[in-house]
Design a protein around this ligand. Sequence first.
Ligand code: CO
Length: 339
Amino acid sequence: MLLKRLSEALGVSGNEHEVREIIKEAIKDQVDEIRVDTLGNLRAVKGKGKSPRVMVAAHMDEVGLMISWIEKSGLLRFRKVGGIDDRVLVSKTVLVGKDRIPGVIGAKAIHLQDPRERETPLKYEDLYIDIGAKSKEEAEKKVKLGDFAAFATCYEEFGQRKAKGKAFDDRVGCTVLMEALKGQYEFELNAVFTVQEEVGLRGAAVAAYDLDPQMGLVLEGTTCSDTPGTDPEGYATEVGKGPALSLMDASSIANKKMVQEMVRLAQENGLPYQFRRTTMGGNDAGRIHLTRQGVPSASLSVPCRYIHSPVSVISLDDLENAVKLLGLFLKTVEQGFRP
Ligand code: CO
């Protein structure tokens, strides 16, 4: 299954190669043109030269770690790549570098902590990755400074049409975009699988500048907070309630005509949808909409519980409905919708 392959591929920001190869191989016969730009964005075009020029983006990268120091003991020190809560790191398994060297994020066991330590959440500086090496020399045979480490999480379906796995932000968006590429469109569809979103929306900035699109749509895996500790009023999104349309986040305010059009399409076709109701975070739309003279942009997202952690949970129905809603939206663009 495609989402399983994408989720289990390693693509910490700046190291998107594995994800890019899977996508390239899968879409190459469905598109008119495909290329990788200087930063590593994978760009595929259908209907080149037709009007309007639409950019639909999903980012390939995921949050993770980078090796920054090797101790004499062979234990690895690391830095965070993208936004990760230090508290989710302790005792997780990781894979280091392209060769997928298995490692464990270690910390002092509870028996050895004094009472004050037990009350203080461990910071990433207190942690290290144990790859089973007995010395620095041994570790250096397998790992170099600058190598990435990604969470070692297997994709699995469980419960009521739910899936758990890593990097659903944004491999779900990549999956939705790949589904859209199976269709035929009478306008120029530019599918851009971007790099380095998690470290500052960097790939999208370059791709949007080069493309100069007339409309931008971002496909995301987004925050979901329908769990204990948050009142319903504060839920960003809820799992299983349909794809989420952003109103505003810290990086952009969605184009209202595009949002209204997606609402209309969902309602008329009996598809569930919801609004993303918090305003924190950001995505590639933050860069796309500020490109050149400005680009009308919006986001369509699949809610992901426990996002930016070693394992998140999504509803496969939300994913399926996001594919349907995107399909309807692209058809309406073909029929003349303009923001
Ligand atoms: Co994302």
